[in-house]
Ligand binder design. Structure first.
Ligand SMILES: NC(=O)c1ccc[n+]([C@@H]2O[C@H](COP(=O)([O-])OP(=O)(O)OC[C@H]3O[C@@H](n4cnc5c(N)ncnc54)[C@H](OP(=O)(O)O)[C@@H]3O)[C@@H](O)[C@H]2O)c1
Length: 281
């Protein structure tokens, strides 16, 4: 079983350098897929209220404990506050509802899912998350889909820097400027859709040249590229064999030239996800 290394967040938490996305993993098959990932060494699980599978994630955590002896404290469960729960009281209620759905006593990493700037309540929501952390209901607090300007405002108005910003990031959209801002402020970057949802990315020459050079798969090259950029990818797979393949990226290293040519695939966002305009409730 490969060990996924960890890196310290700005609050001291040991955070895995790779985790499991769980979007669309639902029902008994979803629970089994998440349990399989935990048995293969995954320790970071990514869900959200809007994925409607917090129950399944919590169930998988309990089953992994019963079946494999992976303790609750070894796992980091992420969930996210949806747009319709922005605001101080609503964010508190959202956390309590997530804890009930998960069947857990603590959310390890709680994120604001989208900033929804037209609603203009993300600062108030952040104040609630600071209080949730102080109350011990939440371990680490962070955001998702925040721009540099939004992060600057959040930090300026509350004095509390998010531990994580989870954003769209893959070789077609490497987010160079935002990653640099994160680095300067001690914010860990997390990559959503790290495989660009298995688009033609896996057939790109730059990716396949590196795969041939290192004797690994195209998927492994892409995930290793995230690791070397200093971002935690959270690939989703329902398939245990692919989960194992995806986690096995800590035994080889891409050269600087390989990283640069993969980053050279940049062409912009793949989906309509500009946080200044895209809003989700
Ligand atoms: N914060 C946000 O706004 C946000 C937005 C989107 C996503 N997310 C999070 O990010 C996670 C990952 O993103 P994603 O699910 O959109 O896309 P992704 O992880 O880039 O790609 C998932 C797709 O790739 C396939 N795949 C996985 N490993 C593979 C392999 N080794 N070989 C071939 N195909 C492989 C999966 O198929 P199988 O399952 O059939 O293996 C699935 O179709 C989500 O699950 C969610 O947790 C967050």
């Amino acid at each position: 079983m490969p060990t996924i290394p960890t890196i310290a967040l700005n609050d001291g938490t040991d955070f895995p350098e790779l985790g499991l996305g769980t979007y669309n993993l639902r029902g008994d098959d979803g629970v089994s897929a998440i349990v399989a990932a935990i048995s293969s060494g995954y320790r970071l699980l990514d869900t959200a209220v809007n994925y409607e599978n917090e129950r399944e994630v919590g169930e998988a955590v309990r089953r992994a404990g019963d079946e494999f002896g992976v303790t609750r404290d070894e796992l980091l469960v992420t969930t996210k506050i949806p747009g319709r729960h922005h605001g101080y009281d609503a964010a508190f209620a959202s956390a309590e509802a997530s804890l009930a759905a998960l069947g857990l006593a603590r959310i390890d990493l709680h994120l604001i899912h989208w900033p929804n700037p037209s609603v203009d309540k993300y600062v108030e929501t952040w104040q609630a998350m600071i209080a949730l952390r102080e109350a011990g209901l939440v371990g680490s607090i962070g955001v998702s889909n925040f721009t540099e300007a939004m992060l600057t405002r959040l930090i300026g108005e509350t004095g509390v820097t998010p531990a994580v910003n989870q954003v769209e990031l893959h070789p077609y959209f490497p987010q160079g400027a935002l990653r640099e801002f994160h680095r300067a402020h001690g914010i860990r970057t997390e990559s959503w859709s790290p495989l660009a949802r298995r688009s033609e990315l896996l057939t790109e020459q730059a990716v396949n040249d590196a795969a041939a050079a290192h004797g690994v798969s195209a998927t492994q090259v892409v995930l290793r590229w995230h690791v070397q950029l200093g971002s935690t990818p959270i690939p989703k797979s329902a398939t245990p064999e692919r989960q194992v393949e995806n986690a096995d990226v800590f035994g080889f290293e891409l050269s600087d030239d390989e990283v640069a040519s993969i980053s050279g695939l940049e062409r912009g966002r793949l989906w309509d996800g500009d946080p200044n305009t895209h809003e989700e409730m």
